[in-house]
Design a protein around this ligand. Structure first.
Ligand SMILES: Nc1ncnc2c1ncn2[C@@H]1O[C@H](COP(=O)(O)OP(=O)(O)OP(=O)(O)O)[C@@H](O)[C@H]1O
Ligand SMILES: [Mg+2]
Length: 518
């Protein structure tokens, strides 16, 4: 029997005595009875000065697993595995490793701000009669917290909150991260259908393996860390706990790789939002509300997903609209066509980023990627919406060194000097450099790979030189053609003005003549 069960027993005995006392109290005069009652209660409190709180595993009419219970289980997993003698290993939903919790009737001691508390685990047997010696599925577990009544305020005020917060943090560290993609809304109505489908997120990219200028990389990592730790700051300034990143640069410079590295660094889920399958702004809103905290919401190639640029109608569109009004058949056909297209608008997206998102909890990062930053509407990427603009550029020597370490395991090599020079003179994406560094044959060593890369760089340099020569030639030819056109136009203009003068002279003469006649 544990110490607290002894206390509980003593408490029950005292309660029993109180009951007996109540039976006989009728025989005592009221004045005396009040005095004796007060003394009796004080005596019970003296011998049992502890308060207990129960946290059941299931709650509500539908007996859903209580989040508080799971948080306590996670919180206690550390101290339970260190001190409890009998443990239970359970695979908790979304957890990547087993959670160790104390077995029934075990007890662990915890300390908070110098105050000692006791946690125990209990099993409440099912009410239904059973002949099994083992616990049945109907049995319910609970955690019981016991503390001295003098600490009631501290425990109910801050300790329980501390336990839940820490428990959730343990769960977040231990959780299996997921990559979500949105389902077409036509499937949403189906039985058990969800707005998002997920797979386990196991991308190997990290900031360590990401090829990028070290100072730029450090800056991004610091920015992410600052964001992650800034819960109180965002609360204080009254802003939603969110941050927007715009990654732009040519294809193959590592935009998608960077998103994976961010997710691994922050331990967040990733929601890959495919805008072209989202029918309208209402659907967009529903999807975004359905995302969880600690997540990165990604919209790749934003310039291709939507016509986010010119929102105003052109003259041609206005004319078409007028024609449609006059012709109902044309209007119907256009309606069908439009319904096939995405009707998510720039304003819908901006409303979400600014307003709605702010209302649905915090710790979310949104990342937009594009190959053509200049095509984007300035309203979409202004600071505040997209807080940080990150340019992903062609491979520099520092980036190459990271790739050489990743792909070949070499930190330095005599051929590095040549690579450095060539990378300064030509533009090659990290994706192409990586491709060239990858051994093509089993027996290809680092020398062969580096030589292959040098060859590719030299070829790229030569191609770029030829291309620029051709461009120069084309530009010169174009300039020549323009000059010739301009000269021809000038000549034509001169000829027409001479002709006019001649005609004009004749006109005057005729006039004079006519005047003369008059
Ligand atoms: N900066 C980088 N660091 C490490 N690997 C990179 C980097 N850039 C590209 N790669 C490699 O090239 C491949 C393609 O890169 P990634 O998909 O990230 O490019 P992207 O910029 O997203 O291209 P796109 O604009 O076409 O989507 C990656 O799988 C990765 O192996
Ligand atoms: Mg990409």
């Amino acid at each position: 029997m544990t110490a607290f069960e002894m206390w509980s027993h003593l408490g029950s005995v005292m309660a029993g005595l109180m009951f007996v006392w109540a039976m006989f109290k009728e025989y005592f005069p009221p004045q005396l009875r009040m005095h004796v009652e007060a003394y009796a209660r004080k005596a019970v409190d003296q011998v049992h000065p502890y308060v207990q709180i129960k946290f059941p595993e299931f709650e509500g009419e539908r007996l859903e697993r209580c989040e508080t219970f799971t948080a306590i289980q996670n919180y206690l997993s550390g101290s339970a595995s260190a001190t409890a003698k009998r443990l239970k290993a359970e695979s908790v939903k979304d957890s990547k490793s087993l959670v160790l919790s104390m077995d029934e009737n075990e007890e662990v001691v915890d300390e908070f701000e110098g105050v000692k508390l006791w946690w125990s685990s209990r099993l409440i047997p099912s009410q239904k009669p059973t002949f099994s010696l083992f616990s049945s599925a109907e049995d319910r577990r609970l955690y019981r917290l016991t503390f001295h009544r003098s600490h009631r305020e501290l425990i109910t005020g801050s300790y329980i909150e501390h336990v839940l917060e820490k428990g959730k943090a343990v769960a977040a560290d231990n959780r299996q991260r997921k990559l979500f993609t949105n389902n077409p809304s036509s499937n949403w109505g189906h039985y058990k259908a969800t707005k998002w489908s997920h797979v386990l997120f196991k991308h190997p990219s990290t900031f360590d393996t990401l090829a990028m200028e070290p100072s730029k990389k450090k800056e991004i990592m610091n920015d992410l860390l600052r964001f992650q730790r800034a819960k109180e700051y965002y609360e204080r300034i009254g802003k939603a706990w969110k941050r927007g990143y715009l990654l732009y640069g040519p294809p193959g410079t590592g935009k998608s790789t960077m998103i994976a590295a961010m997710a691994n660094f922050l331990n967040y889920d990733v929601y890959d939002l495919e805008l072209t399958t989202v029918k309208d702004n209402t659907e967009l809103r529903k999807l975004l509300i359905d995302t969880s905290e600690k997540s990165i919401i990604v919209i790749e190639d934003i310039d291709c997903s939507l016509d986010l640029t010119g929102q105003r109608k052109t003259k041609k569109q206005e004319k078409e609209d007028d024609e449609e009004k006059a012709d109902p058949v044309k209007k119907m056909m256009k309606g069908e066509e439009e319904s096939k297209e995405s009707k998510v608008t720039l304003s819908g997206l901006l409303n979400f980023i600014d307003g709605l998102w702010s209302a649905c909890g915090g710790e979310r990062i949104i990342v937009f990627t594009t190959n053509f930053v200049e095509k984007l509407d300035p309203a979409l990427i202004r600071r505040g919406r997209m807080d940080k603009h990150i340019k992903m550029s062609y491979c520099c020597f520092e980036s190459f060194k990271v790739l050489a370490r990743n792909y070949l395991g070499v930190e330095s090599h005599p051929l590095f000097a040549r690579v450095r020079l060539l990378l300064k003179e030509t533009e090659m994406t990290p994706a192409d450099v990586a491709e060239n560094l990858m051994p093509k044959l089993d027996d290809e060593d680092e020398d062969a790979c580096l030589e292959g890369l040098i060859e590719a760089l030299e070829k790229a340099k030569e191609d770029a030189r030829k291309k620029s020569e051709e461009e120069e030639k084309a530009a010169a030819a174009e300039a020549e053609a323009t000059a010739a056109r301009a000269m021809a136009e000038e000549e034509a203009q001169q000829a027409s003005s001479v002709e006019k003068q001649e005609n004009g002279g004749r006109g005057c003469a005729e006039e004079v003549k006519e005047n003369g006649v008059l």
